[in-house]
Structure formats: C-alpha cells, structure tokens
Design a protein around this ligand. Structure first.
Ligand SMILES: [Zn+2]
Length: 329
C-alpha cells in the first residue's frame, strides 16, 4: 500500500506527532480494508491435527505479555506488575537489552521473585534485526548472551519482524513475534492460528544439496526446535494509540471468540502506553483502565475455566506435546 510505504520512507525525518498522525491515517485505511480478517479471522480457529486439549481439561488458555519500549515503560513496569498481582495474574516483561535504556538487575530480580517472567525484546529495536544474514548472526550472539544472563526463555523481535528459520539460532524455548491476524504490522502476514505451535529445527546433513534457504548457520539444539506463541488479541498500541478506540470492546469480543474456540488468548500490552487515552475528547479512560477492566472481565466471566500460564510454561507444554502442536505442512 502506497501510504504505508511512504510512511516507512519518511519516518526517520518526521517529528513524533506527525509520525503518529500518519500512522493513524494508514491504520484507518488498513482497518477499512480488513474487516473480514480483523480483529477476527474465522479461518484461524481450528486446533492443530491431533490436538488433545489444555492441561487439566481447561477450556482455553491465557498468556499475558509486555514489551517495554523505552525509559517510560521501565518506570511503569512495576506499577503494571502490581496491578496484575492485585487481580491474581502474572505475566512476562520483555526488555530491550541494548536500546534507549538499561533494565536494572533489581527490577528483573523483583519481577521474577514475584512470579513474573523476564524475556528479551529484540537487541537494539532499530527495525534492522533481520536485515542481513551475517548481521543477524552477530546480533544472535548478543541476544543469546542476554538470554543466559537474564535466565530468559523467550524472545520477541521489535515491530514483530520475523524470520522463523533464522530464529533457530537463538537459545530460546519460544519466540513470540507472530500473531493470528494483524494487518497493521510491517510484516502483515499472520500465522493463521489461535494455537501455539512447535517449529522443528531442520536436520542438515553434510553434503546435503537441499539445505533450506537461510538455514546455513543453524546448529541443531538439544531441544530440536522452539515453540511459537502468536498473539491473538490486538496490541494496545493498535487499538488505542492508532485507532483511538474509547472502549475495550474489541478486546472483549476477541477474547470471547478465542475462548469459545478453545484457543490461546495472548495479549501484548506495553507499559509505555498505560497513560494513553484512545481519544481524550470522547473518553478519559486510559490504556491502564481498559487493561484492568479486561482482566476483571476475564476472571468474572470465565472463573477457573481457563489455564493461565506464563509464556515459558506454555512453551514447556507445547514442547512436551510437540506431536500434537506441530503444524502439518
Ligand atoms: Zn517493541
């Protein structure tokens, strides 16, 4: 789309408010064209072949995640964690290791001591993680360093960019850079499922002339692959920053739909955007208000019927059940 391409070309030269205005124009156009696939794409509801359900016979699953984009987000992370704790939830916080801030060991330790999970979000968050194969290999070493140092299990790329073959180079149990349907992202092709799935590391033998494209640097790990966790609720930034929604009706409706189909509700909320109002002329509610309301709605409507898991627990489940969660290709 022309408007989208123009936006990405001009982006580095524009002031923030102009950038947001342009993104809003693009988002409104995408929304108008995507009504049959967003926020719900009916074709994504089928469970994987051989699927035998969630642990303890639960009806669906819920995973809460957060990407921390800048210093404002770091400052609000503890507030967000305490909000979730007060409502009986836990989540993962993904921090950028070499971006515009440094996350303190104290914050990471506090989060994990309270039952939260810490993950790695990109490396620099500059939009160039997958720009070249060699560049990615170098960055993968840095990312693996932080995964080890932080005791992390999972990874999510900035801007939901992805190359699921190259990701095998990361020492992770899961990647969470995909989605069921999200036409607003720079790589807008969805995975087409509301279930987590297992991605097996390609087996390469020496002298093999049929090496998959991009697989030349892959060292098979003991795990033999990784779990992919697509997010299935729209991101807070899409709903409130770009589309300027004044309610969380889309979140609630999508949650109900994923629950009805027994899938995985996975949401990504950025602590950075908690104070934002969708449209301050029409509603004074902030993203924080909408998110707290969503969590209350979830527990009041569905009680104990869903499996609330951290992403690493979900990845462990998928690994243990990989025969049921590997897509048939
Ligand atoms: Zn990000």
């Amino acid at each position: 789309m022309l408007a989208r391409r123009l936006y990405y070309i001009l982006k580095p030269y524009l002031p923030r408010d102009v950038r947001i205005t342009m993104r809003r124009i693009v988002a409104r156009r995408v929304r108008a064209k995507s009504s049959t696939i967003w926020p719900i794409n009916e074709s994504t509801s089928a469970p994987p072949a051989g699927w035998s359900g969630w642990p303890d016979g639960k009806k669906f699953a819920v995973v809460l995640t957060h990407d921390v984009e800048g210093p404002e987000g770091v400052a609000l992370s503890r507030d967000l964690a305490e909000l979730e704790m007060s409502l009986g939830y836990r989540s993962s916080f993904n921090f950028i290791p070499e971006g515009t801030y440094r996350v303190s060991p104290e914050l990471r330790t506090w989060l994990t001591s309270q039952g939260f999970e810490v993950g790695v979000h990109d490396l620099n968050h500059d939009g160039h993680l997958y720009s070249s194969r060699d560049g990615f290999s170098r960055k993968a070493q840095r990312i693996n360093h932080y995964i080890k140092e932080w005791g992390a299990s999972g990874f999510r790329a900035g801007f939901m960019l992805r190359n699921l073959q190259w990701v095998h180079q990361l020492d992770i149990n899961y990647d969470a850079s995909t989605f069921d349907t999200d036409p607003f992202e720079p790589q807008p092709d969805g995975e087409g499922t509301i279930f987590p799935f297992w991605i097996k590391t390609p087996v390469l033998s020496s002298g093999n002339n049929h090496t998959p494209a991009g697989a030349t640097h892959i060292t098979p790990t003991k795990r033999g692959g990784y779990c992919e966790l697509p997010y299935t609720l729209p991101q807070d930034s899409t709903l409130f920053l770009l589309l300027q929604e004044t309610t969380n009706d889309i979140w609630r409706r999508k949650l109900d739909w994923v629950a009805a189909h027994g899938g995985m509700v996975l949401v990504n909320v950025h602590p950075d955007y908690l104070p934002i109002q969708g449209n301050s002329r029409k509603s004074s509610k902030t993203v924080r208000d909408h998110y707290a309301d969503l969590l209350r709605y979830l527990s009041e409507t569905y009680g104990q019927t869903y499996w609330h898991a951290l992403p690493r627990e979900m990845a462990k489940f998928v690994h243990a059940n990989k025969n049921q969660t590997t897509p048939v290709v």
